[in-house]
Design a binder for this molecule. Structure first.
Ligand SMILES: CC(=O)N[C@H](C=O)[C@@H](O)[C@H](O)[C@H](O)COP(=O)(O)O
Length: 281
């Protein structure tokens, strides 16, 4: 369990209306997330990242942890999709009803949660969780990996469904790019808005998702994870010197240390062979 639950400041819950979802239609949502151990981790930095995304034209942002949601909520006036990653296996995106309530209370306009059919750590059913949140006035974005999960989430009352978890649950291997197949299937079968999310790394892919019928498109790492972006360039220049950003979730699980690397314990990362040890704090 992360310690953000103890540090979040209280923010009045926003007035939640379906028009919040309408505001996102046809636009780009930028996922502003940095996990503990990553250079950009922290609410203040996420707030600045969210502001930069809005300056660039984002119609919404997606933010992890109550603390980051509160900071971002105070910094931007676009809809905030909040979530709370807890753990790195099984159901870890807003895994329980209490996680969802805390995210909503921190100022999220919409709460994203794992809507797969896997067991939830509070023993509640997905349907019961969604029903309770909706009764409390919380809008729910259901993160799914399959068409059946999308149908079940809609049936349970989710306001929208996202392809977020495709490739991360063992239902199907993650491809290198977005799961446009699942997106199309969800668009054809559901009446609630479908959000394209996961491994969208180019403007062309984002535009294609909209052309396939996505209500809105979420892009994360390709915009807000400079370590990952840098490593792609580094790998292209010299694959043997590839640097590896620290990853914490199942989605971003730590990768094996490269042969001959040295540990930089102070910054909790590994240094490729030949990398100079950093100076200063
Ligand atoms: C699977 C999972 O845990 N996804 C998380 C959901 O909040 C984030 O780590 C992703 O960055 C986000 O979904 C955006 O995706 P991408 O960074 O690929 O554009």
């Amino acid at each position: 369990m992360t310690d953000e639950r103890h540090s979040v400041r209280s923010v009045p819950a926003p007035t939640v209306t379906p028009s919040r979802l309408a505001l996102l239609k046809g636009g780009l949502i930028v996922s502003c997330q940095a996990l503990p151990g990553e250079a950009l981790h922290g609410p203040d930095i996420m707030a600045r990242l969210a502001r930069a995304a809005v300056e660039g034209g984002a119609v919404g942002v997606r933010v992890n942890t109550p603390a980051d949601v509160a900071a971002v909520r105070a910094a931007v006036d676009v809809p905030v999709i909040g979530l709370w990653k807890d753990g790195d296996s099984g159901v870890y995106i807003t895994p329980t009803l209490e996680h969802a309530r805390r995210v909503a209370a921190s100022g999220a306009d919409i709460v994203a949660l794992d809507a797969t059919d896997r067991p939830r750590s509070d023993g509640r059913t997905l349907a019961g969780t969604i029903r309770t949140l909706r009764a409390e006035g919380v809008m729910v974005l259901a993160d799914v990996a399959t068409l059946d999960q999308g149908l079940a989430a809609q049936q349970a009352g989710a306001d929208a469904v996202a392809t977020t978890l495709s490739g991360y649950t063992g239902d199907a291997p993650a491809g290198p790019g977005p799961d446009f197949g699942l997106l199309s299937a969800l668009v054809a079968a559901l009446t609630v808005p479908v959000v394209a999310e996961g491994r969208i790394s180019t403007p062309k892919q984002a535009a294609h998702a909209l052309a396939l019928g996505a209500h809105t498109v979420v892009v994360g790492g390709a915009i807000t994870r400079p370590a990952s972006i840098t490593s792609r360039f580094v790998a292209a220049l010299s694959p043997t010197r590839r640097s590896r950003p620290l990853r914490r979730t199942r989605h971003d699980r730590p990768r094996p240390h490269p042969r001959g690397c040295r540990r930089d314990t102070r910054r909790r990362r590994c240094l490729p062979r030949g990398h100079p040890r950093p100076l200063g704090p």
